[in-house]
Ligand binder design. Structure first.
Ligand code: NAD
Length: 274
């Protein structure tokens, strides 16, 4: 039996990573939209990969467990790529926290129970987590270590303390960074590594929704004025993911890598400073 990759999020970023690292493996392509999972699986199967579409909801522990059980039918799970998520223009505060924050935390915990020795995981996070002002050391620790079923009850995540969907998204992505740190310790006990990539603007349907949403001008200004002067591509994200999951990345775990064309640097110390 071949080794298995669990891919959550049948979008452009998930597919670019799976195509880069997925040859010779069975790829379970999980998405809330079975149509998206089927579309991406078909493209990959037509290109010689072994992809199996699977309907799943990142915000449900049961659904995550079902996907893991499906993966285990096909072989040893030794890679996780989490590229599922919702953006500030696509969803409510509640949905963003349930999917991007809670769902990611549960996924890392559940896959961490079964990941094979030498296995690796990559979580797609966002520059938004870097943009938000620092939280207190205590808040960071609560995001890192609170049992996942209690996460959404934290004071900072209560609806009266979350200003809008962008703030919810920032909190979710900050939490992703902290969860990757804390879970990398657990994954390490199994000889596995876990990292995240915090993206700037990458052209995908999700980003195009943002360009056409209420913050469209803000985003267009951001990529025009960032040092790179353009948005990024999913294949550039896959370059970094490939490093993180390969032997060349063997000393890298518990880290979040910012890939944003310099937008965050410019936001703090350059032309994008508010
Ligand atoms: N594109 C960007 O500019 C950008 C920037 C920063 C971060 N990101 C992050 O990258 C990740 C992937 O985004 P993308 O740009 O590839 O978007 P995309 O819309 O192409 O793909 C996201 C996929 O996630 C799926 N999804 C949504 N909710 C789900 C749920 N509850 N359970 C399972 N699947 C679900 C969607 O159906 C979709 O197929 C997200 O976490 C996003 O926050 C993207």
């Amino acid at each position: 039996m071949k080794d298995v990759i669990l891919l959550t999020g049948a979008g452009q970023i998930g597919m670019a990573i799976a195509r880069r690292v997925g040859y010779g493996k069975t790829i379970i392509v999980g998405d809330k939209s079975i149509e998206n999972a089927q579309t991406i699986s078909e493209i990959m199967n037509n290109a010689g990969f072994d992809a199996i579409p699977f309907q799943m909801d990142l915000s449900s522990r049961q659904s995550i467990q079902n996907m893991i059980a499906e993966g285990e039918k096909h072989g040893l799970i030794n890679m996780l790529v989490n590229a599922a998520g919702v953006s500030p223009s696509q969803a409510s505060v509640e949905t963003i926290l349930k999917v991007d924050l809670y769902g990611t935390a549960v996924l890392l915990e559940e896959v961490g129970k079964v990941i094979g020795a030498g296995g690796t995981g990559v979580v797609i996070s966002s520059q938004s987590g870097f943009r938000m002002p620092a939280l207190t050391a205590e808040e960071d620790e609560l995001l890192a270590l609170t049992p996942s079923e209690e996460l959404l009850d934290l004071e900072i995540l209560k609806s009266e303390n979350v200003k809008d969907t962008l703030h919810a998204y920032q909190l979710a992505k900050r939490c992703n960074e902290k969860r990757v740190m804390s879970q990398s310790v657990e994954w390490g006990k199994r000889g596995a590594r876990l990292n995240a990539i915090a993206l700037g603007i990458i052209v995908t349907p999700l980003a195009i929704d943002e360009f056409n949403g209420i913050r469209g001008d803000f985003y267009k200004n951001m990529f025009a004025k960032c040092p790179a002067g353009r948005p990024g591509t999913a294949d550039e994200v896959a370059n970094v993911a490939e490093l993180l999951v390969s032997d060349k990345g063997a000393f890298i775990t518990g880290s979040t890598f910012l890939i944003d064309g310099g937008a965050t640097a410019s936001y703090f110390y350059g032309e994008l400073k508010p």
